[in-house]
Design a protein around this ligand. Structure first.
Ligand code: GAR
Length: 197
């Protein structure tokens, strides 16, 4: 069985979309893959409740308990690697995981570490993407699913979706519109990866 581990920090709506798609599209039967665990760096991340209600193992690894990024990332890798199966390394998905990862961590999971970012990369990497898109007068905004490389919000693009920026949009309104697309493209991009492995 190929195990998928999803890392979250908050609401976990992208994680939930992946879990629901995996159930609906029967990823276990189709690809021999399952969402094995959801790990959060915040104990109060609402997404954890959804995951455990689905019978998925949840883990909390609070970054505040570690002296530096290296120490946190090493503990995180140790937790994740428990889900390796013989000949089937775990697939790691960042879904609103609001931590910058060390190059050592990123390299360890090269080619099997995926992120979703709420902009049409390479535009607007980093934070506050929706407000920045509005302030720049963009007519379209969107989201990007990409393989993670050591450079923040870079790496080969697996999928993108665009939405219009509407007159009078607030960051919240635009974020909600983009999020509906995130919930479609992230599971489909992962299904695409699973088909290839
Ligand atoms: C999503 O919009 C995701 O693209 C973004 O955080 C939100 C998490 O929502 N990720 C980043 O900004 C990463 N830099 P969710 O917890 O409901 O999936």
């Amino acid at each position: 069985m190929k195990n998928i581990v999803i890392l979250i920090s908050g609401g976990g709506s992208n994680m939930a979309a992946i879990v629901k798609t995996a159930q609906r599209e029967r990823w276990v039967e189709k690809y021999g893959a399952r969402v094995a665990a959801v790990i959060s760096n915040k104990a109060d991340a609402p997404g954890l409740q959804f995951a455990s209600a689905q019978g998925i193992v949840t883990e909390v690894l609070e970054h505040k308990a570690y002296s530096d990024r290296e120490a946190f990332d090493a503990a995180l890798a140790q937790l994740i690697d428990r889900y390796d199966s013989p000949g089937q390394p775990v697939l790691v998905l960042l879904a609103g995981f609001m931590r910058i990862l060390t190059p050592g961590f990123v390299n360890r999971y090269a080619g099997r570490l995926v992120n979703i970012h709420p902009s049409l990369l390479p535009a607007f990497s980093g934070l506050h993407t929706h407000q920045r898109a509005i302030d720049a007068g963009c007519k379209v905004a969107g989201a990007t699913v990409h393989l993670v490389t050591a450079e923040l919000d870079h790496g080969p693009i697996l999928a993108q979706a665009a939405v219009p920026v509407l007159p009078g949009d607030t960051a919240d309104a635009l974020s909600a519109r983009v999020l509906t697309q995130e919930h479609l493209i992230y599971p489909q991009a992962i299904a695409g990866l699973l088909r290839k492995t």
